[in-house]
Ligand binder design. Structure first.
Ligand SMILES: Cc1cc2nc3c(=O)[nH]c(=O)nc-3n(C[C@H](O)[C@H](O)[C@H](O)COP(=O)(O)OP(=O)(O)OC[C@H]3O[C@@H](n4cnc5c(N)ncnc54)[C@H](O)[C@@H]3O)c2cc1C
Length: 446
């Protein structure tokens, strides 16, 4: 048993014995809700899953750890939607509502973060979803290969919830891991090396017309040149970004997103790593804004409005499903009979090794739009568990394409429909037939 000496208040030394493990005391929990479908995680995938399941008539609960819905779009401040152009269904509804809002953005990809929070809550309430914020899923109860209950932690203490079907939309696959599902992680199974994290920031005090050459994704600007120009001007002000191709996106004429740092060697499933990455990243983001201000002129009045409370985690667990989306699918542009999403975004890997590059990996094959089948959304090891969003079953390279939010929403919607039907018919996910869910799925656009 290791022994540690800790000074007490009277400066005397107290000896404390530290053991490596403890056994938590058993506790009887009341069941808070009995549902048809429970969705864990309220990011782009989870919101779409819950709305779709509730619209299908399922009694649906959506459990989200943070104080708002939207995940990376809102808590993560990254309100830049990629791969939504070919999506109907819930994705199109969300875009249409955001475009109609009085705070609509000046750019077709970027949406106002506060308006996004509001519209997602409204859509869930209108669909009859039982939304629970500030509540984290932390354990499961199983009966054989089925989840019977999830356990949550919140200000209300520990609570149990039961459902016929569950959806893991936690991004990192927390629920599936708690249920003992097998999964893959990172580029290489041995090292677990994965893409760096980025802490998104919002700033104001400058106008789009003034800083146009440094802004990404606006008409007339080259993708790389605007980033190189931004890096140069940051360095002129005395700070070099850890992401070698830093990016500014315009949300409004005078509100901008900044993605300029890379935190390496941190796992999104490790709280100590997340803490270190967040503290280092926040220090860097402040220094980069200060460096821009030091250039004077158009940058004189730049002001940081917020850094994200939730550091952006590019990858977590990829839960093993009945089908694994692989790089070959992207190269050939595979089609599936049970397709629920057509992804068209290419492979976008932020370099996993800072000694080689601090930018985007360049050695990525050409890809074609490809289908993701429902089977990739069904956990291999648990029979009543669906997976949605970036934690679906895929390899490292495929994940770097389908993870973007337009696809996450489509995958969430499909998992919600399938989970609701499986709950209604009393058929587990492994024996659910495509013909039973196909009529309810949003059609794939060619
Ligand atoms: C830095 C960065 C930049 C990106 N840029 C873009 C971009 O420009 N455009 C784009 O479309 N995509 C972008 N992506 C990718 C995209 O954001 C994600 O892959 C996408 O958010 C996946 O959606 P999701 O719903 O699966 O996960 P998330 O958005 O991560 O949502 C998961 C949700 O689950 C909640 N949660 C997690 N664990 C638990 C738990 N145990 N209990 C309860 N709730 C839990 C979280 O709080 C969160 O709200 C970017 C990602 C990062 C990190």
């Amino acid at each position: 048993m290791p022994e540690q000496t800790i000074p007490n208040k009277s400066e005397k030394q107290a000896k404390v014995f530290i053991t490596n493990t403890i056994i938590e005391a058993e506790k009887k929990l009341g069941v808070t809700e009995q549902c048809d479908v429970i969705v864990c995680g309220g990011g782009p995938a989870g919101v779409a899953a819950a709305i779709a399941a509730a619209r299908q008539g399922a009694k649906t609960a959506l459990i989200e750890a943070r104080g708002c819905l939207g995940g990376i779009w809102t808590a993560g401040l990254m309100s830049w939607i990629i791969d939504d152009a070919n999506k109907d269904g819930v994705m199109k509804e969300i875009s249409d509502r955001l475009k109609r809002s009085p705070d609509r953005s000046c750019n077709k990809y970027a949406y106002d973060i506060e308006q996004t929070k509001l519209e997602l809550e409204r859509m869930c309430v209108e669909a009859g979803v039982r939304v629970r914020l500030h509540t984290r899923v932390c354990a499961v109860q199983k009966n054989g290969d089925d989840i019977t209950h999830i356990i949550t932690e919140s200000k209300s203490g520990r609570e149990a919830w039961t459902a016929k079907a569950f959806i893991d939309a936690t991004g990192d696959g927390d629920l599936s891991a708690q249920a003992g599902c097998s999964f893959d992680f990172g580029r290489d199974e041995k090292t677990g090396e994965c893409q760096p994290m980025s802490l998104i920031a919002i700033f104001t005090g400058v106008k789009l017309s003034d800083i146009h050459p440094y802004v990404n994704g606006v008409p007339g600007n080259d993708w790389l040149k605007s980033k190189e120009a931004l890096k140069k001007i940051m360095e002129a002000g005395g700070a070099s970004p850890s992401y070698a191709v830093p990016t500014i996106f315009a949300v409004h004429e005078d509100v901008f997103l900044l993605m300029a740092n890379h935190q390496y060697g941190a796992k999104g499933t490790n709280a100590a790593d997340l803490t270190r990455a967040t503290i280092e990243a926040r220090e860097e983001v402040h220094a980069l804004i200060e460096a821009l201000r030091k250039n004077g002129g158009i940058w004189n009045n730049i002001r940081l409005i917020a850094t994200s409370e939730h550091i952006g985690v590019r990858e977590g667990r990829r839960i093993n499903g009945l089908y694994q989306v692989g790089i070959g699918d992207l190269v050939t542009g595979i089609r599936h009979e049970d397709a629920v999403c057509r992804a068209s975004f290419g492979i976008d890997i932020h370099s996993t090794n800072p000694d080689k590059s601090k930018a985007i990996d360049c050695e990525q094959p050409r890809t074609k739009p490809y289908d993701i089948p429902l089977r990739a959304l069904i956990a291999k090891d648990i029979k009543n568990l669906f997976i949605a969003g970036r934690c679906i079953s895929g390899d490292f390279f495929a994940h770097a394409s389908y993870r973007v939010t337009g696809n996450s929403v489509a995958l969430g919607e499909a998992s919600g429909i399938a989970a609701a039907i499986s709950a209604e018919k009393g058929i587990n996910a492994h024996t659910l037939e495509w013909e039973q869910v196909k009529p309810f799925m949003t059609k794939i656009r060619e």
